[in-house]
Design a protein around this ligand. Structure first.
Ligand code: PRX
Length: 667
């Protein structure tokens, strides 16, 4: 790191990505990992004795009911196993361990609802709620290994539901509340759920949105015979139908349950959860995570990346429907005994000062959000001085984080100066649903920061950049991001599809044992810092949400009017990437008002098929799509058209070059 210059942040040129922000001295002095020497020493330790490094951390950081003897089992690679003969329970590690440590009366969750009502729950109360609900689930006959789908709003009850599943060894699969009945159905069937936990409604930005109605619809779509019960949390009291013998209220289920529930001791390899994410085919994949290795990494990254201290008030703004909400709301913060904020709603309601108002009100010390939210709040602050962060007391903050998509240097600088007031490090955390927790991120008390770079891998994470044949590339040359050694929190398999797991993440071309992240990256020549250059597969990142282009295409062609569709991403100032769909209808190409009207219909159709997050921002109609003579759609050209740029590439292999002119204009 000796090559790094240490410039101050006084310059106004926000494009100067080469500027470097060293950790504030006071922060570094008290940090869990203080200074780059400490970081390098940990990396060295991992390199010298990989298994010993992880074993020590697993013994120190987790409560084991029966200690493990085997650390890493590679015999069935890439189906790696960690600490498999050890017995533990994730909920016990998050709750009981805290009661034993004297944290019983400490606030675990500060929940703020969409309307601003605040509920505080201590560790003792959370333990009580989780045990009662776990007993309730048991009374329904749900046992270890059963899968339970959770389709809930952001709430204390959502966290309780996940923890209760973990307590009894049931594997949860949380489905984001914005997914449609069809998407929910697909996941219920694929995972083979025996129960669905939901709410009557959810509330977002003052609007009541149905959840139970969507569950009812999903369960009528067929093949759901395994689902014996639907448990409903009463969020709003909105009208719902109860199916006798199947549906019951959460409050009725727990009413007479004991608040003592002996945890189910499971192997560290027991699947804690399955979370669906988009890939390059039309079908979402169920990413299966373990118990022991996963929780270990949730704990370590809370300590290393977030430098969590007993006095912190930690706030991750994610939804429990995404992996960030799993690791940095439901599990990580609780396992380290933190006080955390959980919020319901959206950052722009009742106004775009919601986040800053909540930081001030609850004295948040660590704030973790997505670049999309930052970018939209920059716009809002520019437009309305009343919601500008300068209007709020943000002095409680000591650390900021970013997750889910690349953060552009402009947004980074605004975040640093306006939210962090120039003295809070920003941890730009690169990771994925599959990785379980952070992979590459600055350490706030050690790593000099460079806007837009996730800097370096965490100790024990063997990231590298390779070419298409799997050979290492030198710094300065962009390539494919890989991880060369298994790590405890890694994906274990794709639920029900081990072949897809092997082929997708550990391809034979790379020797079958190296994890392929699905992203491109480049390392800085001097510093070795990593910058993510974006997905190398057909996956888009819209507002930090992963969307498969094929998923959206399949939804579009399912519409009776659509003959063919190709979906590409185009850069967007707020959402990072936006969805642009090129569509050929079965009838003639529409123009003018008719085109607008059909585009609206198709957008709503996609929202119904997948969920509102998958709605294309733009739809262009053509008589055909640009294809090679062998009939392959040339997406490369569509990307250029979507951006509004002129095609300079060779189009001689194109069957129908004239079509490019037609598709050039946004309609
Ligand atoms: O492309 C990378 C991008 O988000 C993808 C993972 O998406 P998902 O599984 O939904 O998990 C999101 C929350 C961890 C990655 O393959 N991504 C995530 N974090 C960053 C990022 N790209 C750049 N910088 C990041 N910090």
């Amino acid at each position: 790191m000796s090559d790094l210059n240490t410039a101050q942040n006084s310059a106004s040129d926000v494009k100067a990505e080469s500027r470097i922000f060293p950790p504030p001295a006071a922060f570094a002095a008290n940090a869990t990992i203080s200074g780059m020497d400490a970081y390098h020493a940990m990396c060295k330790e991992a390199e010298t004795d990989y298994e010993g490094f992880w074993a020590k951390l697993a013994r120190e950081n987790l409560h084991w009911h029966k200690p493990f003897e085997t650390v890493l089992d590679e015999t069935d690679a890439p189906f790696y196993k960690w600490f498999e003969d050890g017995l533990m329970n994730v909920s016990y590690n998050c709750l009981d361990v805290n009661l034993q440590k004297g944290n019983g009366d400490k606030v675990a969750v500060i929940f703020e609802a969409d309307g601003g009502e605040v509920t505080k729950v201590t560790y003792k109360e959370l333990h009580h709620k989780v045990c009662q609900f776990a007993n309730g689930l048991k009374s329904l006959g749900i046992t270890k290994g059963d899968r339970v789908v959770i389709y809930m709003p952001m709430s204390v009850e959502g966290v309780v539901a996940m923890q209760a599943c973990a307590r009894i060894g049931a594997t949860h699969s949380v489905v984001f509340g914005g997914f449609s009945a069809k998407s929910l159905h697909e996941r219920i069937v694929d995972v083979g759920a025996v129960a669905v936990i939901t709410a009557d409604e959810q509330v977002r930005g003052g609007k009541h949105l149905p959840l139970k109605v969507i569950v009812d619809e999903a369960l009528t779509l067929g093949d759901c015979e395994k689902v014996k019960n639907v448990v409903i949390y009463k969020r709003t009291g909105g009208a719902i139908n109860l199916t006798a013998g199947r549906d019951l209220w959460m409050h009725d289920l727990v009413a007479n349950q004991s608040d003592v529930c002996e945890p189910e001791w499971v192997s560290a390899e027991h699947p804690l959860f399955i979370l669906y994410t988009s890939g390059s085919t039309g079908k979402p994949k169920g990413v299966q995570h373990s118990s022991g290795g996963y929780l270990l990494w949730a704990i370590l990254t809370m300590k290393w990346t977030f430098d969590i201290k007993p006095s912190d008030v930690f706030w991750c703004t994610a939804d429990i429907g995404w992996v960030t909400g799993h690791t940095y709301i439901t599990y990580g913060p609780l396992a380290v005994g933190a006080t955390e904020i959980v919020f319901e709603g959206i950052p722009t309601f009742p106004n775009a000062g919601r986040f800053w108002n909540m930081v001030e009100k609850h004295k948040a010390t660590i704030f973790y959000t997505a670049p999309t939210a930052i970018r939209s709040l920059i716009k809002a602050a520019d437009a309305d001085a009343n919601v500008h962060p300068a209007k709020f007391d943000l002095s409680s903050l000591r650390l900021l984080g970013s997750v889910g998509e690349p953060i552009n240097p402009e947004a980074w600088m605004w975040y640093y100066n306006n939210i962090g007031r120039g003295n809070c490090p920003i941890v730009d955390t690169f990771w994925q649903t599959e990785t379980g927790g952070h992979m590459m991120t600055p350490l706030p008390g050690a790593t000099p920061l460079v806007p837009g770079s996730c800097t370096l891998p965490l100790p024990g994470i063997m990231s590298a950049i390779v070419d298409e044949t799997g050979h290492d590339l030198p710094n300065g040359q962009g390539g494919i991001l890989v991880v060369k050694r298994p790590w405890p929190a890694m994906i274990r398999t794709i639920w029900g599809d081990p072949e897809r797991f092997k082929k997708g993440y550990f391809p034979e071309e790379f020797g079958g044992k190296i994890y392929l992240a699905g992203d491109g990256a480049i390392r800085n020549k001097d510093t070795g810092y990593f910058t993510i250059t974006g997905r190398i597969d057909d996956v888009l990142n819209v507002s930090g949400h992963r969307m498969g282009t094929m998923e959206i295409e399949s939804a579009l062609v399912a519409h009776p009017l659509v003959a063919e569709a190709a979906v590409v991403g185009k850069p967007d100032d707020t959402t990072g990437e936006a969805i642009c769909a090129f569509v050929v209808l079965k009838r003639s190409r529409p123009i003018g008002d008719e085109a607008k009207q059909i585009a609206t219909e198709l957008r709503n159709w996609v929202a119904k098929e997948i969920g509102p997050i998958a709605k294309p921002k733009e739809i262009r109609f053509g008589d055909n799509l640009p294809k090679t003579r062998s009939g392959k759609i040339m997406r490369r050209l569509l990307r250029v058209l979507a951006k509004g740029e002129t095609i300079t590439q060779d189009v001689s292999t194109l069957e129908n070059p004239a079509i490019l002119d037609q598709l050039k204009e946004a309609q």
